[in-house]
Design a binder for this molecule. Structure first.
Ligand SMILES: Cc1cc2nc3c(=O)[nH]c(=O)nc-3n(C[C@H](O)[C@H](O)[C@H](O)COP(=O)(O)OP(=O)(O)OC[C@H]3O[C@@H](n4cnc5c(N)ncnc54)[C@H](O)[C@@H]3O)c2cc1C
Length: 464
């Protein structure tokens, strides 16, 4: 291996002398929640770690900002009471959560009509409600036959991986409103189309939460202090083990060692954990190249298209009218809204999600034009007052070079059953983390924590 390093050094003409300060037990790429959780676990075990983060901040797809005294989350925000890792950190760091406001009526704007319903019950005909109940029953039954780890290994998993969610839903559901509702909910969650994913992709995500009911609790509360506090506090603990502005572009590896290149220098270790979205792992140069199964897996996973918008109003005017602020919409760019008002402030905060092709369309507009289109849609949903927020913020996650989309990565049909194994299988000293690799609460902040801890344990077992 030493010979390999020497010849490489001579070829690229850079002096990559073995610098002791740049040698650690484990290098972690990415200071999102997953990379930070991996680093924390390793450090607690007595290992030395270096976290290399491309951006000038930690948190990745978590991004809170404080504007005029309000804490606003432009990335991940909600947590479930059933997510034990993140709940433990919330307590440990002395943070608090706010229950999501769900009082009053929610808006169902589907098939060109606006209807209001109380609680979780959509205001549909008994036949459409029966259709929804039956599909949920079918999903719950199927969940019994697949496991949270490697669900493609069982015959049902193989079958579900051969179908798009679009074809399956079309076949299984019979009511116009039932279908429109399910399509709207899942397409918003994917930030893409149902025709782009296998049934297994969606069922695996649900299974990983524990149960269908736990899955529905994912937006039950949000971190009042801003979700960013969690990565910030972990990074504080790690101190100068976290290095910012370090864009990893190349990894040289053999069975025993890795050499990680950023624009600033080269780091050495025995193991590396990549805690970044799978699609971004393919933008790094590997020497020697990774096995084709890993590379081809990452050619097939896609990150959704999403713009998260935060609208700050003088008051939560929808509440005064007996509305929850929750809307499901398939007309216009905003596909879903939810109330994110802080109970200790008089302002009303409405969070709006623009997803899928609408996110790509709005992403190409000037910010001001984008804002107008979002506000027009909000006023279609909530009336004239929706046009006049005192503050408007948005973030296009697909345009972020260090995320390239959100909320997370998804699999078209045929991918998990052929390449699923390569998602987490270590390659020599290279290990994989990130919420996309989780088996508990996949694709959520909780999943990012679980995946980081799992990858760290893999490495610890090798080191001991
Ligand atoms: C708009 C939006 C809303 C969401 N809402 C929720 C929610 O309410 N609740 C929830 O639980 N989840 C939510 N999610 C999902 C959640 O944010 C993610 O699942 C989770 O934060 C992913 O964490 P991670 O550490 O796996 O990856 P990331 O957060 O993506 O972290 C990866 C890090 O790696 C860095 N990086 C990438 N490439 C390189 C490189 N080459 N070199 C060095 N560093 C690199 C990035 O800069 C980034 O900091 C949301 C996501 C989005 C986009």
């Amino acid at each position: 291996m030493v010979v390999l390093f020497f010849s490489l050094d001579r070829k690229d003409g850079v002096n990559h002398m073995h610098n002791k300060e740049k040698q650690t037990d484990v290098i972690i790429i990415g200071a999102g929640l997953s990379g930070l959780a991996a680093a924390r676990t390793l450090k607690k075990n007595g290992n030395t770690v270096t976290v290399l983060e491309a951006q000038s901040r930690v948190g990745g797809r978590i991004l809170s900002t404080i504007i005029k005294g309000s804490i606003l989350d432009l990335g991940a925000q909600w947590v479930s009471p059933h997510q034990h890792r993140i709940q433990t950190l919330i307590k440990e760091f002395g943070l608090t959560t706010t229950p999501t406001y769900k009082q009053g009526t929610s808006l169902y704007s589907l098939l060109g009509k606006k209807k209001r319903g109380l609680g979780n019950k959509p205001p549909f005909s008994p036949l459409s409600l029966l259709d929804i109940t039956l599909i949920e029953h079918t999903v719950k039954n199927m969940l019994k036959s697949i496991g949270p780890a490697k669900p493609w290994e069982v015959p049902l998993g193989q079958k579900l991986d051969s179908l798009t969610m679009e074809t399956w839903l079309d076949k299984k559901m019979f009511s116009k409103y039932g279908k429109a509702f399910y399509r709207q909910v899942y397409e918003e969650g994917l930030c893409g189309r149902l025709s782009e994913v296998s049934v297994l992709d969606i069922l695996w995500n649900i299974k990983s939460t524990g149960s269908f009911n736990e899955y529905l609790s994912a937006e039950d509360e949000w971190i009042t202090n801003g979700a960013q506090e969690i990565p910030n506090r972990i990074a504080e603990e790690l101190g100068n083990n976290v290095l910012l502005n370090q864009k990893v572009w190349r990894i040289d590896w053999d069975e025993t060692e890795v050499k990680v290149y950023t624009e600033e220098g080269v780091w050495f270790s025995k193991n590396v954990i990549l805690a970044i979205p799978p699609t971004l792992t393919n933008r790094i140069v590997y020497h020697p190249p990774l096995p084709s199964s890993r590379d081809q897996l990452c050619q097939r996973i896609w990150q959704g298209s999403v713009i998260k918008c935060v609208l700050v109003y003088e008051t939560p005017f929808w509440r005064i009218r007996g509305e929850s602020g929750i809307a499901f919409n398939n007309y216009g760019p905003v596909k879903a809204t939810i109330d994110g008002s802080n109970p200790s402030q008089k302002e009303g905060i409405l969070i709006a999600f623009v997803t899928g092709e609408e996110a790509r369309r709005l992403g190409e507009l000037y910010k001001e034009e984008r804002k107008i289109q979002v506000l027009n849609c909000i006023s279609y949903l909530f009336g004239h007052e929706g046009l006049y927020p005192k503050e408007y913020f948005d973030k296009d996650w697909s345009a972020d070079p260090w995320a390239r989309g959100g909320y997370a990565g998804h699999f078209p049909p045929g991918v998990l059953s052929q390449f699923g194994e390569a998602l987490t299988k270590p390659i020599g000293p290279i290990h994989w983390a990130g919420s996309e690799t989780a088996t508990e609460w996949r694709l959520y902040m909780e999943g990012a924590l679980e995946a980081g801890e799992r990858a760290a344990i893999e490495v610890i077992k090798k080191l001991t």
